[in-house]
Design a protein around this ligand. Structure first.
Ligand code: ADP
Ligand code: 5RP
Length: 574
């Protein structure tokens, strides 16, 4: 290990849901020098593959699909990295390492050389050949079967996932691919996490990171679910692990390889610099927040929220996403839980429900629509809007692990205004977070601190609502670039500038941000509303009323009917 020099830099690249952000960071002290963002040209594809992709007619997608285009990820390296270097005003040759973090579980089907199937002749118009984004929720039927079988066979790994695995993950998505498009599955050679694919693009080496392999690929104690288990799911799935998934594992902050000449050309960086093993946008943020000790829960609040926390031992937390040894930092058990929709819910509301007049008023006040609605809602008494909402617009990842669930807002009247609903939605996400924190506390994995990172920390009213509903202080991270900074810290270790992630986090982690203390008056009132939230949560989420599941089935069938020519006489099941 060499001592970090004053004029050495690293780059962290955070691949989010809609864009990739590159951040240049000084190795010696973590100073953020400059950054740039590149939005993915195709964003998230949910309704149809357009003709620019298929080269022919558009191809409609069924309900709950969410695809992305891998070429958009390459563009982030080609655009955002050089722009960040220019913004930082540094000499590119002083960059000693690069690391990336990605949304997960975002899966790319590829050939053995890493070529995404959607770039292979004959597969351009095949939806299953594209990247399936983390929030592709169309594999719930496969996830249900995986859960039922694992439970009936008493599979030892199931407890490591709180008793249920999610439709967002590697096995459920792969099984969907096999069962809906066997001809594409036959061409699939590697089933690759996007985090590892982009590292492969950078250094020419396919190294599977320990984080996604553990949380999303069900790798526990060195083993994946057995071929026997996979065969019982579907005989053609028996050799999935050995044929398409298994790959040498790289530990977090390790070096995957060095920058290739092609990637050096794309990024403007020096060939041969260290490329770190890939990581997940949530987990990578813990060192950036200097929150790697057991009991420090970091909530990365953006389009969704992930909750990550270290623990000294492994215990079962019902409905958690997973517990993985070394899943956040080596030497500790990393726990993860999550809410599939948070900022996404607020975005849905402002894009679909808020009237034009509110946009005009926001513009006149020089505010974003979110800021305007927050201003209108923030001085209400707790409960004044008369509403309770469930935060399930994108399903429920924890603690129910069910993406067939949807939202409900109780209490609307003719007097209900947009700001009332907006506030109820903010509160709903905080109630969802409290449900998760309580699941940990009740399982002897106590949450001692709650640290918020991600884009939503800019909303101070929202942070106060979380403090009041959780009844614990909420500390924000003193950086607006938590994941990218976390990646940069990993790059510094991979480049040999620090001996391990603890030392690098200490030297380069962000300063503490604002601490929001709970306000006792609000806490008392939110207690009552949380009891109402929990009653609704259990009623719709734990089987007393399965209307949400039935509505999803109606919707799927109706969509299929709508896609058929009139009089086609199709038979649908429910
Ligand atoms: N002032 C605000 N209050 C609440 N939500 C906001 C506000 N401004 C933006 N958002 C939401 O934040 C989300 C973006 O968060 P961000 O962390 O930037 O993205 P990502 O999760 O892709 O990294 C969007 O879903 C948007 O709806
Ligand atoms: O599940 C995840 C990590 O395990 C996803 O990466 C995350 O939910 C998506 O992140 P973001 O909301 O920041 O785009």
């Amino acid at each position: 290990m060499s001592h970090p020099k004053e004029n050495e830099y690293v780059i962290g690249v955070d691949f989010g849901t809609l864009s990739g952000r590159a951040l240049v960071v000084r190795v010696s002290d973590g100073r953020e020098m400059g950054s740039a963002v590149h939005p993915y040209p195709h964003a998230v594809i949910t309704s149809a593959l357009t003709s620019d992709l298929t080269g022919n007619e558009p191809v409609r997608l069924p309900v709950d699909w969410a695809l992305q285009v891998p070429q958009d990820y390459r563009e982030v390296l080609q655009q955002a990295v050089p722009q960040a270097i220019a913004a930082a005003g540094i000499v590119p040759d002083t960059v000693v390492g690069i690391a990336v973090d990605f949304t997960a579980c975002t899966m790319i089907p590829t050939l053995n050389d890493g070529t995404p199937l959607c770039e292979v002749d004959g597969l351009l118009a095949e939806p299953h050949a594209y990247a399936k984004l983390w929030r592709h929720h169309a594999a719930q039927a496969q996830a249900d079967r995986i859960n039922e079988l694992a439970c009936s066979r008493n599979e030892p790994w199931l407890a490591r996932y709180g008793g249920l695995i999610s439709s967002e993950w590697e096995f459920a998505k792969a099984l969907q691919l096999l069962e809906e498009a066997p001809q594409v599955y036959a061409q699939l050679e590697r089933w690759v996490e996007a985090a590892d694919w982009i590292v492969w693009e950078l250094c020419g080496e396919y190294v599977r990171n320990a984080c996604t392999a553990g949380y999303k690929g069900m790798l526990q104690d060195g083993h994946y679910p057995s071929s026997d288990f996979c065969a019982e799911l579907n005989p053609d799935f028996a050799t999935f692990v050995e044929d398409k998934l298994d790959q040498p594992i790289g530990q977090l902050a390790g070096r995957a390889g060095t920058l290739t000449s092609e990637a050096a050309e794309w990024t403007g960086l020096r060939e041969g610099i260290a490329v770190a093993v890939g990581n997940v946008d949530a987990h990578v943020t813990a060192p950036a927040a200097r929150a790697v000790a057991p009991g420090q829960m970091v909530a990365i609040m953006g389009t969704s929220t992930c909750h990550v926390m270290n623990g000294a031992a492994v215990l079962e937390v019902p409905g958690m996403c997973g517990a993985v040894e070394g899943g956040i930092v080596s030497g500790l058990w990393g726990y993860e839980a999550g809410q599939s929709g948070v900022g996404d819910i607020f975005a849905w509301f402002v894009e679909n429900i808020v009237p034009r007049s509110y946009y005009d008023a926001a513009e006149s006040a020089g505010l974003t629509i979110h800021e305007h609605l927050t201003e209108l809602a923030k001085d209400q008494e707790v409960g004044q809007h008369g509403l309770i909402a469930l935060d399930w617009h994108s399903g429920n990842r924890s603690v129910l692990v069910d993406h067939e669930l949807s939202s409900v807002i109780v209490g609307q009247t003719l007097a209900t205004r947009p700001e009332d609903v907006y506030r109820a939605l903010l509160e709903a996400t905080a109630f969802g977070a409290r449900t998760i924190v309580e699941a940990f506390n009740n399982s002897d994995v106590p949450v001692k601190e709650f640290i918020a990172a991600g884009g939503l920390i800019r909303n101070s009213f929202l942070m106060q609502v979380y403090a009041d509903i959780l009844n614990m202080p909420v500390r924000t991270i003193g950086s607006t670039q938590g994941p990218a900074l976390g990646s940069a810290i990993h790059a510094a270790v991979a480049a040999g500038a620090y001996p391990d992630i603890h030392a690098a986090s200490e030297a380069m982690g962000a300063a503490a941000g604002i601490v929001y203390e709970p306000i006792p008056y609000n806490v008392a009132r939110y207690e009552e509303l949380f009891a109402e939230y929990t009653a609704l949560h259990d009623y719709f989420g734990r089987g007393a009323n399965t209307v949400m599941h039935r509505l999803k089935r109606f919707q799927r069938n109706a969509m299929e009917r709508a896609a058929q020519p009139v009089g086609a006489g199709i038979i649908l099941t429910n």
